[in-house]
Design a protein around this ligand. Structure first.
Ligand SMILES: Nc1ncnc2c1ncn2[C@@H]1O[C@H](COP(=O)(O)OP(=O)(O)OP(=O)(O)O)[C@@H](O)[C@H]1O
Length: 271
C-alpha cells in the first residue's frame, strides 16, 4: 500500500496526509542521550503509538512534540511548516493537547470545572470585556459549557460532573483527564500511558473512548503505552524506540515481526 497518499483503514477510517514530522531529533540531558537522531511522522486521522522498554526515550519524545523539551538537533514540522522552538502553551494553541503519565488535574475542583479548564484557549474575552460587554462573554460561556457537556456525555461521566476530582478512583481520574484534553478540540492528542494502573475493564473502556474520539471527532492521536495488547489493537502504526534510537516503525504486524523489536523486548544485548 502506498502510504504517501493516505488510505482508508479496514474499519473505514480515513488516514490522510502527514500532519507532524519529526526530523532527525536528538535530545540530550547532560551526558545522557535520551533521543538519538530519530525521524518519524504522524498522519492526519491516525492512531500512532510510540513504544519501547523502560528508559527508551518515549516520554522525552512526547515532551518534544508538546514543547516541554527542546531538542539540541533536528526539526519539528507541523502542518507543512517548520515549527520554531515554542513554549507548551503556544503548542497547545496550535491544537495539540496532552494527558500526563501522572495525572495532572486540579484535585480540589469538580470534574466539570476541570474539564472547563480545557476550554481556556477558547475564552477570548478578558476581565474588562466581561465587565462591560456581558452579552459577548455570556455567549462565549454558554458555548464553552455546551461543548464541555457534550464531552462529558461522550465519556459517560455525567454522574460525577459535580464531584471533586480528589474523591474519584484512579480509572475515572484518567477519564477526566482525557475529557479535559478533548475539551480543547485538539487536532493532535498526545496520551502518555493512558491505561497505566488500570484494571482490565477500565482498559477496555479507555480503549473504546480513544477509538471513538478518533472516529467521531477525527482527532489524530499519538500515544505511549506499555500494554502491548492495547497498543496492537488500537494503533494504525507503531514507532519502536530502544536506548534513544528508533528500531522499528510500521503497522502492528510489521513491528510484531521485526527481529530488532523482538530482541529489544527480550533484552538481547546490543552494541
Ligand atoms: N529531565 C531529565 N533529566 C535527565 N535525564 C532524563 C530526563 N528525562 C529523561 N531522562 C533520561 O532520558 C532517558 C529516556 O527517558 P524517558 O523517560 O524518555 O524514557 P521512557 O521510554 O519514557 O521510559 P519509561 O517507559 O520508563 O517511562 C532515560 O535515561 C532517562 O533517565
Amino acid at each position: 500500500m502506498d502510504r504517501s497518499e493516505g488510505h482508508i483503514t479496514e474499519d473505514g477510517r480515513k488516514i490522510g496526509a502527514v500532519m507532524m514530522e519529526m526530523r532527525n531529533i536528538t535530545l540530550k540531558f547532560g551526558g545522557v542521550v535520551a533521543i538519538k537522531d530519530i525521524s518519524f511522522d504522524i498522519r492526519q486521522g491516525e492512531i500512532r503509538a510510540i513504544i519501547g522498554p523502560n528508559g527508551a526515550g518515549k516520554s522525552s519524545m512526547l515532551n518534544v512534540i508538546s514543547g516541554f523539551y527542546h531538542p539540541q538537533e533536528g526539526e519539528v514540522w507541523y502542518n507543512g511548516s517548520r515549527r520554531a522552538p515554542m513554549r507548551p502553551y503556544q503548542v497547545a494553541r496550535q491544537g495539540i493537547a496532552r494527558t500526563f503519565q501522572n495525572i495532572a488535574l486540579f484535585e480540589g475542583m469538580t470534574v466539570l470545572d476541570n474539564v472547563m479548564t480545557g476550554r481556556l484557549n477558547f475564552m477570548k474575552t478578558n476581565l474588562f470585556q466581561q465587565a462591560f460587554w456581558r452579552g459577548k462573554a455570556e455567549r462565549e460561556e454558554v458555548h464553552n459549557r455546551e461543548f464541555v457537556e457534550k464531552i462529558i456525555d461522550f465519556l459517560e461521566i455525567q454522574a460525577i460532573r459535580k464531584t471533586p476530582v480528589s474523591r474519584l478512583p484512579y480509572g475515572l481520574k484518567k477519564r477526566v483527564e482525557l475529557a479535559r484534553a478533548l475539551a480543547a478540540e485538539p487536532h493532535l492528542l498526545l496520551l502518555d500511558e493512558p491505561m497505566a494502573g488500570m484494571n482490565v475493564e477500565e482498559k477496555e473502556d479507555m480503549s473504546r473512548f480513544i477509538l471513538n474520539a478518533n472516529d467521531e471527532f477525527g482527532t489524530t492521536i499519538a500515544l505511549i503505552e506499555h500494554d502491548m495488547g492495547v497498543v496492537m489493537d488500537l494503533s494504525d502504526r507503531v514507532v519502536v524506540m530502544d536506548y534513544g534510537k528508533k528500531i522499528g516503525d510500521g503497522t502492528p504486524d510489521e513491528v510484531r515481526n521485526n527481529q530488532a523489536v523482538i530482541d529489544a523486548y527480550l533484552g538481547v544485548a546490543h552494541d
